[in-house]
Design a protein around this ligand. Structure first.
Ligand code: FES
Length: 114
């Protein structure tokens, strides 16, 4: 028996690693991940992109690519980003989350892991 794919509840979903390590090891929370998450959430809302059928911005725990932190990943394209400041977040929102255009300059290198 085959099943038809369900329509996407969200057109795009972005997850931000906000992991904070207590043992002194480096983590995304040490690199302003929360500021990036907050900025993204606010910009998506301000652009009228939030909600079913559109974009969802979510917190995540460690995504196991800590060496590139802070990191975020966009689905369904499975595109990984690293970012530095509000300008980077604004570009991800405008280009990728709104228009579906990947922001090449912020892509996380494929060999970056933990
Ligand atoms: S601490 Fe962010 S990916 Fe691991």
């Amino acid at each position: 028996m085959t099943t038809s794919p369900q329509p996407l509840y969200y057109a795009r979903h972005i997850f931000f690693c906000l992991n904070q390590r207590e043992n002194g090891e480096d983590c995304c929370a040490n690199h302003h991940a929360k500021e990036g998450f907050d900025r993204c959430k606010a910009q998506v809302k301000a652009a009228g992109l939030a909600g079913p059928g559109q974009v969802r911005v979510n917190k995540a725990g460690c995504l196991d690519r800590c060496a590139g932190g802070p990191v975020a990943v966009v689905y369904p394209e499975a595109v990984w980003y690293t970012f530095v400041d509000a300008n980077d977040i604004d570009e991800i929102v405008e280009s990728h989350l709104k228009n579906g255009e990947v922001v090449e300059r912020l892509l996380l290198s494929p060999d970056v892991g933990r």
